[in-house]
Every structure is written in structure tokens, then in C-alpha cells.
Design a protein around this ligand. Structure first.
Ligand SMILES: NC(=O)c1ccc[n+]([C@@H]2O[C@H](COP(=O)([O-])OP(=O)(O)OC[C@H]3O[C@@H](n4cnc5c(N)ncnc54)[C@H](O)[C@@H]3O)[C@@H](O)[C@H]2O)c1
Length: 367
């Protein structure tokens, strides 16, 4: 049963980062994620979108209609010029291989939020980071899971010491995905981690920082030969006391019954269990659920959710950027500099997968 308060624990913070006064936004790339999630979140937050541009003009028109943007431009030059004159934030949501080229065309000193991944590999991530620095852009990357209200509350619970020192994190996804919604993924060499579990890696980094090393195998499934990978196992190495594991299987298409999308955080005093409802029977989803337990009160208790990964979390990635533009000293959790470290973990995961494990045959004896 959902509760309205959190028992003996002081009221938790659920609030995504938001500026006092929102800045205007202009959109470059206005496909599925912008229309389905950015704009619903911006409507909730009251962020004004002034203009749209997409290489597919119909998509730009449709998006402008949805959010009430007055201007639809036919070229990147026009929207960049307009955005500069209106001191707007650039909201860039295109397939990752186009992001760096677009950043190079933005005005020096602009604010920009780009969609994840931050390039297709570490070389592109480095180019994006360098471009942001050389053009003095205030930039963020849309790793929004850490801005989901239930994740903000979970971090608050952890910060209050409720579950003690974190010693075990397990992120588990067992289900399916309508991959046909994203035709641009089919020719890519890197799919599952770059385009999905990158969110979980980024979220885990937000909880416990950077791992020292990564063990990974990411792989195809015989039922899904058209995509490079749809399954992944990752161990993030945080030394002797903290175990971190990601278990991702997008080929569990037998029935809905045993689908799973959970994040479990265990501490020395208690544990938190989060059901990420979105991934059940995607895109229909189920309600999210957040529970916690402590040794002092050893029954699982449910916390209110108050907003999800999709769409409310998108308030915070954009809101934090606007706050950073207002105050350069503000610590923006989705900064491009922080996101680069997520890309380092991802690159290490791909390298580990390509390198392979320790050969068992090395220990065989002649029979
Ligand atoms: N943060 C998240 O949770 C999340 C979720 C879904 C997608 N994404 C990311 O958002 C990006 C877009 O995904 P989507 O689902 O909206 O895909 P989509 O295919 O629905 O939309 C992409 C849009 O970009 C446009 N486009 C392509 N190149 C362009 C260019 N050079 N200039 C302007 N427009 C261009 C396309 O015409 C299309 O309308 C991807 O990088 C994806 O990884 C992030």
C-alpha cells in the first residue's frame, strides 16, 4: 500500500532541479523522445519552447504544434541564429553520431542539453567534451534517470543514513523492447549498453561514484540477429566491499509474468528496492514502486513515487542546466563533464567484452 508520509523518516526530497525563472528553449531534432517525453515534462515544468528544427520538416511541425512553439525552421543556421538572438537553451535530440557536428554550429557561450549517449564511443565523447570547452558551452547530457523523483528520494534516504553504507547494487532487466521504434539502431555496432543500460550505469555512478574497472559481456540473441546486442552482463568493480552487478536480457518474450525491471540497493543497515515500471510490457508499463527496509524495522515499507523516469525526470536535466546558466557555481549533476565519466565506464565495458574472459582451456590437462 502506498503511503503519504515516510513513517519516522523526515520528509524526503523528491524535487527535480528547476530554475526560479525558466529560460526559452529551441529544439534541434524533434522525434520520438522529444515529442513523447521532453515536451510533456516541459509542459509540467512550464518551460517555454520557442522554435523547432528537424531534418524531417514534418516532425518539426508536429512537435511545434504539440508544445505551442511559434517558429519552425528549415535549416540549422536559422534556428541557431534565432536561438542566439533570444538567448535560448538549445535542446539537441538527434542520433548520437550527429551530436558533435551540431554542437560545432552553436553560438559560443550557449547553453545546450544533448541527448544520450554522448557520442557512439569514447572518441566521439571526447570530441563533444572538447567542443563544449573550446566553445565555452554550458552543456548537459540527458542521463535523466538520476533526476527521476524516486531516485532523488532514494538518494535522500541514503544520505540520511537509513540503509547505512552501500555494499551491494543489483540492476536487473528481464523483458522485451520494441526495437523497431528506433530504426537508426539497426546498423550500429554498439546497441544495448550505448542506448539502454548506459542509463543504469550513469545512475549507479550517481549513487556510488566511479568504479575502478569493469567486467562485461554484451551479446546478440539468435532471435534478434538484426541488432548487434540485446543482452548484457556487467560487473562494476568497486573494490572489496561493494558489489555492483547489471543483468540485462531484452529477449525474455515468453510471457509478461516474469518480466523484471528492478534496482536493489543493499546497505549495512537496510535496503531499497525500486521497480522501474516503465520497462514492463514496454511501452505500456506498470506503476513504479519504491520500498525500503531496515534492521530496526524489518518489514518492507512502500514510499510514495511522485514522478517517474519518463517523463518527470526530464524536468531536472533541463532545469539543472538552466540553474547552471543562472549560477556558474551551481553543481549541475548532468553536466557534460560528469557524463563523460559515464562514457568512460561504457567504453571500458565494450573493451572488456571484446577482450573476453580468462580462457578455461589454459588450465586443462591432457586426457
Ligand atoms: N534519455 C532517454 O531516455 C532517451 C530515450 C530515447 C531516445 N533517446 C536519445 O534521443 C535521440 C533521438 O532518439 P529518438 O527516439 O527521438 O529518435 P527518432 O528517430 O524518433 O528521432 C530523431 C530525430 O532526429 C532527427 N534528425 C536526425 N538527424 C538530424 C540532424 N542532423 N539535425 C536535425 N534533426 C535530425 C530525425 O529526423 C528524427 O526526427 C537518440 O540519441 C536516443 O539515444 C534518449
Amino acid at each position: 500500500m502506498a503511503v503519504d508520509n515516510v513513517d519516522s523518516i523526515d520528509e524526503l526530497n523528491y524535487k527535480p532541479e528547476m530554475p526560479t525563472t525558466p529560460r526559452p528553449i529551441v529544439s534541434i531534432g524533434t522525434g520520438g523522445i522529444v515529442q513523447g517525453s521532453h515536451y510533456p515534462a516541459y509542459k509540467l515544468a512550464g518551460y517555454p519552447v520557442l522554435a523547432t528544427y528537424d531534418v524531417n520538416h514534418d516532425a518539426a511541425e508536429q512537435a511545434a504544434d504539440e508544445i505551442g512553439a511559434k517558429n519552425v525552421f528549415d535549416s540549422i543556421d536559422e534556428i541557431v541564429d534565432y536561438g542566439k538572438k533570444n538567448d535560448a537553451v538549445f535542446d539537441v535530440a538527434v542520433p548520437a553520431n550527429f551530436t558533435a557536428d551540431i554542437l560545432e554550429q552553436l553560438p559560443d557561450g550557449a547553453g545546450v542539453l544533448m541527448q544520450k549517449p554522448m557520442g557512439e564511443n569514447i572518441e566521439e565523447a571526447r570530441r563533444i567534451l572538447d567542443t563544449c570547452h573550446s566553445k565555452n558551452l554550458t552543456a548537459g547530457v540527458n542521463f535523466q534517470l538520476r533526476q527521476a523523483p524516486y531516485m532523488i528520494a532514494a538518494r535522500d534516504l541514503i544520505a540520511k543514513g537509513t540503509i547505512g553504507e552501500i555494499v551491494d547494487i543489483d540492476h536487473r532487466l528481464v523483458g522485451t523492447q520494441p526495437w523497431d521504434l528506433w530504426p537508426f539502431l539497426f546498423p550500429k555496432d554498439r546497441v544495448e549498453i550505448n542506448y539502454h543500460s548506459i542509463h543504469y550505469i550513469d545512475n549507479i555512478r550517481c549513487l556510488v561514484g566511479d568504479p575502478t574497472s569493469v567486467y562485461c559481456k554484451t551479446m546478440q540473441h539468435p532471435k534478434m540477429r538484426k541488432l548487434a546486442q540485446t543482452r548484457t552482463s556487467i560487473i562494476l568493480d568497486y573494490g572489496p566491499d561493494l558489489r555492483v552487478n547489471l543483468h540485462i536480457n531484452f529477449n525474455h518474450d515468453y510471457s509478461k509474468k516474469y518480466q523484471e525491471s528492478t534496482l536493489k540497493i543493499e546497505g549495512l543497515e537496510g535496503a531499497i528496492r525500486i521497480k522501474l515500471g516503465l520497462m514492463y510490457n514496454y511501452p505500456e508499463g506498470e506503476p513504479d514502486k519504491v520500498e525500503y527496509i531496515t534492521y530496526d524495522d524489518p518489514t518492507w515499507k512502500e514510499l510514495p513515487v511522485r514522478g517517474s523516469w519518463f517523463n518527470e525526470a526530464f524536468i531536472g536535466t533541463m532545469g539543472g542546466l538552466m540553474k547552471k546558466l543562472d549560477d556558474p557555481d551551481y553543481k549541475y549533476m548532468n553536466s557534460v563533464e560528469d557524463a563523460y565519466h559515464t562514457m568512460c565506464v561504457v567504453e571500458a565495458a565494450y573493451k572488456s567484452s571484446a577482450t573476453g574472459g580468462v580462457a578455461v582451456a589454459d588450465y586443462a590437462v591432457e586426457e
